[in-house]
Design a protein around this ligand. Structure first.
Ligand code: DHB
Ligand code: FE
Length: 281
């Protein structure tokens, strides 16, 4: 059976891609952010992950406002990136794990999640940057992208997203392949890029949310989407990806979930950045 080695959540701001391309990791602005990653990179390479299942939100590269699935899962042999206009280098394509994609798709439908399956799918900065942060060299894992709409209302509730994560976790643990799988969630933390509250950051809520993932993982599911937007900003609601990741890891006691590392830094661009990694049995 497949094994979930753990999960990682981190922010996915496009300017991180430019900083990597320019080698600015030790620059004083960037250092407190990039310094969070080496312990997680080491843990990942020691854990021998074969596959990354990535919860992320597309920002208009693959899905635009005319067609917006709530939950979409890649089932492609490879996933290309494309120029989104941020001025960051287009990354090499990622190799898809089609067997695991179809296994998860079948399990989710059996579990009554009405998802969209995508045999062609472009992946944007929310996918490419976290993988580059976690594996700075050539990407050693195959991938399954799972896209959650946080761009166009109505958005799925935090409760529903956590349940999606739980269902994906059960599917992976029920897959009859001897593979090591890591779960990623990308986005957040608090940020608002436009409107009257542009630049809004809520450190108190972010830190409480990060703590909750360790000690009370369903804490955030008590908030409505409107309450989460109020607390974290219109784009801060990307923290739903962190919740999906944590849902997929399963019960803390049953799977011996332990925090490997965390980092929190304000700001990168207009955003509060967070990083959290959990190992499990
Ligand atoms: C920024 C943050 C995001 O999550 C994003 O998708 C794009 C830009 C930013 O802070 O610049
Ligand atoms: Fe984003």
């Amino acid at each position: 059976m497949a094994n979930i080695i753990g999960g990682v959540a981190c922010s996915h701001i496009p300017s991180i891609g430019s900083a990597i391309a320019k080698g600015l990791q030790q620059d004083s602005y960037w250092k407190p952010f990039f310094d969070g990653f080496p312990p997680v990179q080491k843990w990942l390479s020691d854990s021998d992950a074969d596959i990354a299942v990535v919860f992320y939100n597309d920002h208009g590269l693959n899905f635009f406002l005319d067609k917006m699935p709530t939950f979409a899962i890649g089932a492609a042999a490879s996933y290309s990136n494309a120029d989104e206009g941020w001025g960051i280098p287009v990354s090499d394509p990622f190799i898809g794990d089609q067997d695991l994609s179809w296994h998860i798709i079948n399990s989710l439908i059996e579990d009554e999640f009405d998802i969209v399956s995508c045999q062609e799918m472009l992946v944007d900065h929310a996918f490419t940057i976290p993988l580059k942060l976690l594996w700075p060299g050539k990407c050693p894992v195959t991938v399954v992208p799972i896209c959650i709409n946080t761009v166009q209302f109505p958005l799925p509730s935090a409760k529903r997203v956590f349940a999606l994560g739980q269902s994906v976790g059960r599917a992976i643990r029920g897959w009859d392949q001897k593979k090591n799988v890591v779960i990623l969630g990308t986005g957040g933390l608090s940020h608002q890029l436009d409107g009257a509250r542009a630049g809004f950051i809520n450190k108190k809520f972010d830190l409480e949310f990060m703590q909750s993932l360790q000690h009370d993982p369903m804490w955030a599911t008590k908030f409505s989407i409107e309450e989460l937007v109020e607390q974290t900003g219109t784009q801060g609601v990307e923290l739903l990806m962190w919740l999906a990741m944590r849902g997929a890891l399963g019960d803390a006691k049953e799977f011996d979930i332990r925090k490997v590392h965390e980092n929190y830094h304000i700001p990168i661009s207009n955003t509060a950045t967070g990083l959290m990694a959990f190992a499990c049995r």
